[in-house]
Design a protein around this ligand. Sequence first.
Ligand code: DX5
Ligand code: ZN
Length: 218
Amino acid sequence: MNSKPIIVAPSVLACDFNYLGAECERMEKAGADWLHLDVMDGHFVDNISFGPPIVQSVAKVATVPLDTHLMVERPDHFFPRFIPYSSNITIHVEPDYDVGNTLKSIRAARATCGLAISPPTLFEKVEQFLDQIDLLLVMTVNPGFGGQEFIEETMFKVKRAAALRARLGLDFHIAVDGGIHADTAAIARASGANVLVAGTGLFRAADAVRAIKELRDL
Ligand code: DX5
Ligand code: ZN
């Protein structure tokens, strides 16, 4: 099912923020491919995480691409503030704004664009955008908090996306985010996901090198 290489993206939300730079370096040394940054505005989700200054701080130390996940009510308004630091910007399909136009604007600003879908949202909502994205982020928990349990029912979206990608000759990454550990990563990989975002499972692991290898099934 997997036509693309496995990419492991530690979610910085789960790091020890007293040591932000060192924590990011620790994940890079352990084998991370990207760093994932969860921006929450207290409106789209019931939590507030961090904004541009933290992403900028990570960008100063990072040598791997930064993958910014905007869980905000107005992605169209806020994405430009993250452009200077991000390789990829992922926006959610659920808020009320012009999704297609925002995806285009992200690419025009020389970043790749991702589209995220929350567990309760119908897959049909993202279907029309599949030929305009570089990454589809299938949320495997309800967005807002780290440390939640993987919702296996979301795997039909991963499978559907992989099938449509093959049928339409498209090339986007399929990412999963939330509750990813060795066992759930295996389920996600078997379903067709190639980008594995993990917070708790990596930052809180006793052995990060091993935890990253396990996500890749090495
Ligand atoms: C959830 C965030 C995730 C979160 C994952 O809203 O988008 O990236 O940090 O955390 P874990 O891996 O702990 O479920
Ligand atoms: Zn995320």
